[in-house]
Design a protein. Structure first.
Length: 224
């Protein structure tokens, strides 16, 4: 039986793989399968190396396959098949798979048409709600004002007219420009989806920037 140590080891490894892969339900993850197979391989190596005769019976067929002149076709076949097998395994791990999700996506209910806040009913479908106002740039689309351009022009105007040294005439000019920016801000438009949309966020920020700019310019204008 010692002459068949290599065959015994191969049978044990193949049997262990089939058992772990198809004999256990639910199927174990590939990481767990790899761990179990590594443990099985270590146990087989410990078994076949328990004494000198057993180890020689295990390695002798391998050594003959690698060195015997009559087994050159076997070496050529292994030299072709083993790289192909490794390449296939690497490709199967890296290739993209089209699979159904583990769970169906939860469908959230539609928002209510109105809500009550501090005893006052707020119509969420009206055109003057904060929600509708925040989403207005998507309705305008690419035909509207570019939020990045408007933000840059507002920044330049405040830098030139509302600087460290301020004059009332320049404050008045800045307020006039801010009024024009506010009119243009009502026509801001973006396109695309709402998941982390930098243009949409800029369109919302521009309104706050206009409010701060207007407040800063008016603070230094003489009141009648």
């Amino acid at each position: 039986m010692r002459r068949h140590k290599l065959l015994q080891a191969a049978v044990v490894l193949v049997g262990a793989f089939l058992l772990f892969r198809f004999g256990i339900r639910p199927p174990m993850p590939n990481s767990v399968l790899s761990l179990y197979m590594a443990i099985t391989l270590m146990a087989v190596l410990v078994y076949v190396s328990s004494d000198g005769d057993s180890w020689r019976a295990f390695v002798t067929p391998l050594w003959r396959t690698l060195t015997a002149p009559g087994r050159r076709p076997v070496r050529v076949a292994l030299g072709v098949l083993l790289p192909l097998l490794v390449g296939y395994l690497a490709y199967s791990q890296a290739a993209a798979r089209v699979e159904a999700p583990l769970e169906l996506r939860a469908v959230h209910p539609a928002p209510p048409a109105s809500i009550n806040f501090r005893g006052k009913e707020i119509n969420l479908q009206a055109a003057d709600t904060p929600q509708y106002d925040a989403l207005r740039p998507f309705d305008v689309g690419d035909q509207g004002e570019n939020p990045y351009r408007l933000q840059a022009e507002l920044q330049d105007s405040m830098q030139n007219l509302v600087g460290i040294v301020r004059q009332e005439a320049e404050m008045q000019e800045a307020l006039s420009g801010i009024q024009q920016f506010s009119v243009r801000a009502a026509r801001l438009g973006v396109s695309g989806h709402r998941e982390y949309h930098a243009g949409w966020h800029t369109a919302i920020d521009v309104r706050n920037l206009l409010a701060v700019a207007r407040r800063g310019a008016r603070h230094h204008v003489s009141q009648p």
